[in-house]
Design a protein around this ligand. Structure first.
Ligand SMILES: [Fe+2]
Length: 240
């Protein structure tokens, strides 16, 4: 599997607390069959004030530690960006990370609040598209408005936004309602890729085997491979 969403970078958000935990999570990822990972700390103004420039040294230290520990996980650093009007000035200022690109268009991983889809989200996504950014929304299956009405994302999909589902949602890491919503979105064709969204070794670890098996059982091994390997690989060429 190629994982385009995980919080392994130590001490920069609510993911790995320190280098030791980050290394343990990387080891677990390898054991689970994950070979490449894009680390995506939160970019959420006022909550996690991460910047592309300040993450680089933390990333380099982690990368060196992986080599020293002989853990063959290939990593790159990007971020998970909170959807907000802050993007209107962050994007022109160059302080937004991209998880890769499609047809030379950079791909931004975006996070909705858990409660609802904020009014104006479609306009903001369209503005990003007009500014040469491809958008991908993480874990729609955990948003309460989408849980109540999965087709709420139809207009966003038609507007060109991609969707990334969390593998653990399929193995009930987040309960039955989230699992049911993930299954509905997958079967209705809304899933472009899947990722771990791993946070900590004891809470939301990078375990994927059960979730990938559940996806295979629903849509077959070819689509499971496309979601977890082929499409993520095409996006994350920086890793290869
Ligand atoms: Fe995340």
């Amino acid at each position: 599997m190629i994982d385009l969403h995980c919080h392994l970078l130590p001490g920069v958000d609510d993911g790995a607390r320190n280098l030791e935990e980050a290394v343990a999570m990387a080891r677990m990822a390898i054991e689970e069959g994950i070979t490449h990972a894009v680390l995506t700390p939160h970019f959420h103004q006022g909550i996690y004030d991460n910047q592309v420039s300040t993450l680089k040294p933390v990333f380099e230290t982690f990368k060196e530690q992986l080599a020293e520990s002989q853990i063959p996980l290939e990593i790159a650093v990007a971020g998970e960006v909170r959807i907000s009007t802050d993007l209107l000035h962050l994007l022109p200022a160059g302080n937004v990370p991209f998880i890769g690109s499609i047809d030379d268009t950079p791909v931004m991983l975006l996070e909705l609040p858990y409660s609802h889809i904020p009014p104006g989200t479609d306009n903001l996504l369209n503005w990003l598209h007009k500014n040469n950014v491809k958008t991908m929304i993480a874990h729609p299956e955990r948003n309460r408005e989408i849980i109540s009405n999965p087709s709420a994302i139809k207009q966003l999909k038609l507007g060109g936004t991609m969707f990334q589902l969390t593998v653990g949602s399929f193995s009930e890491m987040f309960g039955e309602k989230v699992r049911d919503t993930a299954e509905t979105l997958l079967l209705d064709g809304y899933a472009d890729i899947v990722a771990t969204d791993a946070h900590r070794i004891d809470k939301r670890p990078p375990t994927v085997k059960a979730g990938l098996d559940a996806i295979s059982a629903l849509v077959g091994p070819d689509i499971m491979k496309r979601l977890s390997f082929d499409t993520p690989k095409a996006i994350s060429q920086v890793l290869f």
